[in-house]
Design a protein around this ligand. Structure first.
Ligand code: NDP
Length: 244
């Protein structure tokens, strides 16, 4: 893989599994230079090694998106290494689904911390850099749950509606920064592992039988990043054909 003139420095949060990992592999194959973040650094290190073995460029850093300081140091280290930050993919997310009356308030807080605060922390960390560069691209991973609400998904949906609202606000306010929202439907990943209610977990896993490969989302992100600078792909929704 030879970095082309259109090769970009791309930071991906939550790159240790699922959509983030598949996106990393896809973008590396397109010649982009990657900086991978998540908490499970062993998985990130293995992914970065595998990308480099295939001829790509990837580094990794420990990242907890719930901490603004951690996000700032992730972005700072990436910039020190590559001199710029072209794209941030705010992908890290959690989905511990449950009925509201189960009152799993710690899980509500955790979803708000990772899915909303995490995205805001990412924006806070890269916006000054992108403004200084006069260009940049923020790709936020929302969900079809950011377009509709289903039982057990009230809080998760609320966080993803918020991601779309924040993205639209950022888009309107930023004339130099491109903003893309990618909303996946059912996609193979580790996302259902965090569902603590066994009944809910089982029924979501049944629904996941039709889930698409995470590379389908990576491919969509690659497409959005690859458009010319004056073209901003604002919103992509990618579902399994069989999803209702
Ligand atoms: P995974 O569980 O496989 O991946 C989630 C990633 O987020 C992991 O790499 C995890 O890394 C990371 N993460 C979680 N908490 C933190 C944190 N505090 N700091 C940094 N990283 C964190 O699930 P997916 O790949 O499916 O999820 C990716 C995104 O896609 C999420 O935003 C999710 O909501 C969204 N999505 C997924 C759909 C699906 O069907 N799979 C459908 C719609 C949207 P680590 O644990 O190492 O920190």
């Amino acid at each position: 893989i030879t970095p082309s003139p259109t090769s970009k420095v791309v930071l991906i949060t939550g790159a240790s599994s699922g959509i983030g990992e598949a996106t990393a592999r896809r973008l590396a194959a397109s010649g982009h230079r990657l900086v991978l973040g998540a908490r499970r650094t062993g998985l990130l290190a293995a992914l970065a090694r595998s990308v480099r073995a295939a001829g790509g460029t990837a580094d990794h850093h420990e990242l907890d998106v719930t901490s603004l300081e951690s996000m700032r140091s992730f972005v700072r280290e990436a910039r020190e290494r590559h001199g710029r930050v072209d794209v941030l993919v705010n992908n890290a997310g959690v989905m511990p689904l449950s009925m509201l009356d189960a009152l799993k308030t710690d899980e509500w807080d955790h979803m708000i911390d990772v899915n909303i605060r995490g995205v805001l922390h990412g924006i806070a960390a890269v916006l000054p850099v992108m403004r200084e560069q006069g260009a940049g691209h923020v790709v936020n991973i929302a969900s079809v749950s950011g377009l509709r609400v289903d039982p057990t998904a009230a809080v998760y949906s609320a966080t993803k509606f918020a991601v779309r609202a924040i993205s639209e606000g950022l888009r309107q306010e930023s004339r130099e920064v491109r903003v893309t929202v990618v909303s996946p439907g059912l996609t193979q990943s580790e996302l259902t592992n965090a569902i603590s209610d066994p009944g809910v977990r089982e029924s979501v896993r049944d629904a996941m039988a039709i889930a698409i490969r995470p590379d389908a989302i990576g491919e969509a992100i690659d497409y959005a990043i690859g458009r010319p600078p004056e073209v901003d792909v604002n919103e992509l929704v990618i579902r399994p054909t069989a999803q209702g």
